[in-house]
Design a protein around this ligand. Sequence first.
Ligand code: HNI
Length: 140
Amino acid sequence: MLTAEEKKLICRFWDKVPQKDVFGAEALYRMFITYPQTKTYFPHFDLHHGSDQIRSHGKKVVTALDNAVKCLDNLGQALSELSSLHAYNLRVDPVNFKLLSQCFQVVLAVHLGTEYTPEVHAAFDKFLSAVAAVLAEKYR
Ligand code: HNI
């Protein structure tokens, strides 16, 4: 459960994050390089750095996160369709959500430096865990 203080931190921070689409693509690329097993879900993608598919998918992921930040009080409903998609159609092993979350946080830390304070880091980590929990909740 996110506290009221954490929700405030997440919203304030997310508002200030520049070029979110680029960050989404960078997080995906990092995931593919650091955890190559994640590439198995994207056999139909060109996984080279900066490819159109990585850029466009990065944008989709970030748009979903943006929507989630706007619905922190009701993540389950906000992500319900995506949860069904990942569980029933894509069948992504839920361990992978943690991997993408971690990569996304590295991207934020690299680009935002001191603005990504330990408090923001902690709140954002909790937020991404909550998103991952919703995306994985229909697996059983
Ligand atoms: Ni995920 C499609 C959001 C984690 C594999 N994913 C999507 C779409 C969104 C999305 C949005 C596009 C849906 C649509 O077209 O209707 N994915 C998210 C979010 C997270 C996440 C918010 C976690 C924070 N997805 C992951 C992970 C994997 C993953 C960790 C696998 C390693 N996702 C996929 C695949 C697709 C996908 C595969 C379909 C891609 C395509 O276009 O064919």
